[in-house]
Design a protein around this ligand. Structure first.
Ligand SMILES: Cc1cc2nc3c(=O)[nH]c(=O)nc-3n(C[C@H](O)[C@H](O)[C@H](O)COP(=O)(O)OP(=O)(O)OC[C@H]3O[C@@H](n4cnc5c(N)ncnc54)[C@H](O)[C@@H]3O)c2cc1C
Length: 387
């Protein structure tokens, strides 16, 4: 029989949402134990640090709230209580000097997560938060596999912060959906968000895998963006693709304008000035300075360019669906708002709250993911502390 231990406050999952919930509860005087399945905490947060740790965004708060689409109304009070301004102050109090980069993205000057995480964990330790590593929740209320065998915890109050269902090797494997379903909690199916898409390339493209396409404008449905994307053996990925990924996931076709600064007329005129004896490839090179991966992409997607040069502004890239869920930057789906109280407690499971990417919201990249994880962690922790 597993040993059973009564505790005051339990947090399961030591990602940013769980650590924030733990901090709130400890500040409110609760004795907090965090159980983390992995041997070390916040592995996805550290991974986010590999690309600089885009912690938040500097856009006006209302514009940021709008990024959460269907979830904006219920997330708004949480983002107003602990949103970008508060996250900035919190990160600075943890010794992070922040700067605002392109499109309002805010990063620590250190361009990584480890210094912030180190200081944060030390602060949590000082206020009495206990972190148990290698403690993996197996369901029930609350059974764990631990390095010392099975154990059960009997908490007064709990915050679940187990993450979404991508990058399972970093901890968020989505196994918790089975544990919540067993308690009759309804869940929205997971879907990839901020992900790449599959493309079947011809062999001509192989030499260009890994290369960025710069300076193009991409459109899907009523959304368009001028940003970089990357060609890969499996398809396309990178900032511009992630930004359009929700529309693309919902079936909008992807259109690429390789020359957003030229009109159709200018393209036609420049190509027409080239001698007819030149190959299409050389005409594109000379008239439009197209080379490398951009040239290869034009030749891959366009048919008979000299006869219809305007198509270079509306190249259709046929996608064969999203890359697998596990590769996505984030996941949509999880615990729907309807399964939660205003304080983020699970309906029908008194004393058990949830926060972070487990909840059913999605947002583009730009700092909005970590912002909502911290905001919901703060909100759930504050309400749980009073339970
Ligand atoms: C490559 C990459 C780059 C990213 N970059 C950014 C960025 O720059 N800006 C941004 O805003 N967002 C970024 N994100 C997204 C962001 O990291 C996540 O949205 C965020 O980490 C989710 O926080 P969370 O606390 O909800 O869950 P997680 O960070 O996933 O943490 C959940 C924790 O729960 C633990 N856990 C899971 N199951 C159990 C269990 N059964 N028992 C015990 N513990 C368990 C996990 O091990 C994990 O430690 C990035 C994501 C990826 C993959």
């Amino acid at each position: 029989m597993p040993l059973s231990e009564p505790i005051d406050a339990l947090v399961i999952g030591a990602g940013p949402a769980g650590l924030m919930a733990a901090e709130r509860m400890a500040q409110a005087g609760r004795r907090v134990v965090i159980c983390e399945a992995k041997p070390s905490p916040a592995r996805k947060f550290l991974m986010a640090g590999k690309s600089g740790l885009n912690l938040m965004n500097a856009a006006p708060l209302d514009a940021q709230i709008a990024q959460y689409a269907e979830a904006r109304d219920w997330l708004a009070p949480m983002l107003r209580q602990f949103g970008p301004d508060q996250i900035r102050a919190w990160a600075e109090a943890l010794g992070q000097d922040l700067f605002t980069g392109s499109s309002g993205r805010v990063f620590p000057r250190a361009m990584k997560a480890s210094p912030l995480l180190r200081t944060w964990l030390a602060r949590l330790d000082r206020i009495g938060v206990e972190l148990r590593r290698g403690w993996s929740w197996q369901g029930g209320a609350f059974d764990f596999a631990t390095p010392d065998g099975p154990r059960s915890l009997v908490p007064q109050v709990t915050v679940l912060a187990l993450g979404g269902a991508s990058w399972a090797r970093l901890g968020s494997d989505g196994a918790w959906t089975g544990y919540l379903a067993a308690r009759g909690i309804p869940l929205a199916p997971f879907q990839p968000a901020n992900m790449g898409f599959c493309v079947t390339w011809s062999s001509h493209m192989t030499a260009h895998f890994g290369q960025p396409i710069k300076g193009a404008r991409l459109s899907a449905g009523n959304q368009s963006i001028r940003a970089e994307f990357v060609l890969s053996a499996k398809g396309v990925e990178g900032g511009a693709i992630y930004a359009l990924s929700r529309k693309l996931r919902e079936g909008a076709p992807l259109s690429i304008d390789l020359f957003p600064d030229l009109t159709q007329g200018q393209i036609t005129e420049r190509l027409a000035r080239q001698p007819a004896r030149l190959s299409t490839k050389n005409r594109l090179r000379r008239a439009l300075k197209l080379d490398g991966a951009r040239l290869a992409l034009a030749l891959e997607l366009a048919r008979d360019i000299p006869a219809a040069p305007a198509q270079l502004k509306t190249l259709a890239l046929p996608l064969r669906g999203p890359r697998p869920l596990d590769e996505a930057i984030s996941t949509a789906g999880g615990i729907p708002r309807a399964a939660l109280t205003d304080g983020l407690m699970l309906q029908g499971w008194p004393g058990t709250f949830a926060a972070g990417e487990m909840l059913d919201w999605e947002a583009p990249t730009g700092g909005y993911l970590l912002t909502a994880c911290l905001a919901t962690g703060h909100w759930a922790g504050s309400h749980a502390a009073r339970f």
